[in-house]
Design a protein around this ligand. Structure first.
Ligand code: NZQ
Ligand code: ZN
Length: 386
């Protein structure tokens, strides 16, 4: 077992924590508050921020969209440069936090920020940032990753850099009270798949990583089962903390990972605007069935320890069925429907996604590099409805 592990983000968890923001940002900072389409104005978070930032020099950048685009974010980059901003506060879900990470890094670079996503530029500095989380799902509030879209070309790509790890994350479960049901469900599904991407590879017996991953999966199963009781402080707290722990680096330390469901899902979002979490539910069951020979051991372990399924030769397959049934119980579809793709034929949709995968060099995905173009085509054939 070999790894380096650090998670430097200071977490302020619980009701009322937004009031402590002032202790986290240096007094003379020039702060840019970034947020999305305005949910924070409707749920009181903006007013709490205003109070907490009293005495600070701050300005705002509104309108970061879900699946944030470089086209929008470049306007914030210009604002940061012109105004001499030296701290960015992201207030929202994964999209706003990811967007702030892009802005923080691109503002310290003289070229086109998209060079970060194409690896033409390697980040060597960023403006420090903090996050106020309002949607538990991505874990972006305490990790170093971000996913950005170039609307012009339908490219949705990710980057990782320690320079954009948030300095702190405020996680007040009360902010979730206004979340639409759809976004709560998205949060459960996204966090679930994050755990799977780090867990469903090879059985190598890392007891801490496996055991903690299984505990988090069981939490999400339970929170899904208790969905009717979701208007409850404890339910909200448990989801917020579980989704955070699912992608803060701990369960992924030293283990092989397979982010191919995310890679393929991102193409569905870039082409058809499918919500991130829903794109994952569409791809994952078909991908797991396709890769069964490689993932059998870990699927069996998950079947036993998470779903408590009976032993048998078909345990791995029954585990995939159980994952799919979990999505269905939440009302999440596991195929891309004709409606999702605005009537495009199945063949055209498969070809369109295949072309995107090729363009992005995704021709040997998975921990065994076994998701070749042939495998991708088979996965898409199963995942895209007629
Ligand atoms: O824009 P506003 O008005 O704030 O509305 C948002 C948005 O429409 C709304 N919302 C957020 N908090 C709310 C709320 N509405 C009411 N009350 C609240 N408290 O929810 C909508 C969706 O928000 P978004 O931030 O897009 O959702 P999510 O957190 O699921 O983020 C998805 C993005 O994160 C990326 C995804 O690819 C996608 O672009 N990911 C980032 C990761 C990372 N950085 O580690 C990993 C993930 O796998 C994921 O890829
Ligand atoms: Zn995700």
């Amino acid at each position: 077992m070999q790894f380096h592990y650090a998670n430097s983000t200071e977490i302020l968890f619980g009701q009322g924590q937004i009031a402590h923001l002032g202790q986290m940002i240096k007094p003379n900072s020039k702060v840019l508050v970034m947020y999305g389409g305005g949910s924070i104005k409707r749920n009181g978070v903006y007013d709490q921020l205003k109070q907490a930032l009293n005495g600070y020099q701050w300005q705002e950048f509104a309108g970061v969209e879900p699946n944030p685009t470089k086209e929008t974010l470049d306007k914030a980059v210009a604002q940061v440069k012109t105004a001499g901003i030296d701290f960015i506060l992201a207030v929202g879900g994964g999209s706003v936090i990811d967007g702030a990470k892009y802005v923080a890094a691109a503002a310290c670079y003289n070229g086109d920020g998209w060079d970060i996503l194409t690896r033409k530029y390697k980040i060597n500095a960023a403006i420090p940032l903090g996050a106020v989380l309002t949607l538990p799902a991505t874990g972006s509030e305490s990790n170093s990753g971000a996913v950005i879209t170039k609307a012009e070309t339908h490219d949705k790509l990710s980057f990782l850099s320690p320079f954009v790890q948030p300095v702190f994350a405020v996680m007040d479960p009360d902010t979730m009270k206004t979340l639409p049901e759809r976004q709560l469900i998205n949060g459960i599904v996204d966090a679930w798949v994050h755990i799977c991407e780090q867990y469903l590879t090879k059985p190598i017996g890392y007891m801490v990583q496996d055991g903690y991953a299984e505990a988090l999966l069981k939490n999400l199963l339970a929170l899904g089962a208790q969905f009717a009781e979701r208007d409850n402080d404890l339910w909200r707290s448990n989801l917020m903390w579980t989704a955070n722990q699912a992608l803060n680096g701990l369960i992924g330390a030293g283990v092989e990972q397979d982010w191919s469901t995310h890679a393929m899902g991102h193409e569905l979002t870039a082409l058809y605007g499918v919500d991130h979490a829903r794109s994952l539910a569409i791809i994952q069951p078909s991908l797991l069935r396709n890769q069964l020979m490689f993932k059998q051991g870990k699927l069996e372990q998950m079947g036993r320890n998470v779903f408590h399924l009976a032993e048998g030769d078909d345990l791995a397959l029954r585990t995939i069925d159980a994952i799919e049934a979990f999505y269905h119980r939440l009302g999440v579809a596991t195929v891309l429907t004709a409606d999702d793709r605005q009537g495009q034929t199945k063949t055209d949709a498969i070809d369109a996604v295949m072309a995107q995968l090729k363009k992005h060099g995704l021709n040997a995905m998975g921990e065994n590099h076994a998701i070749t173009p042939d495998a991708s085509r088979a996965i898409l054939t199963a995942a895209i409805a007629s």
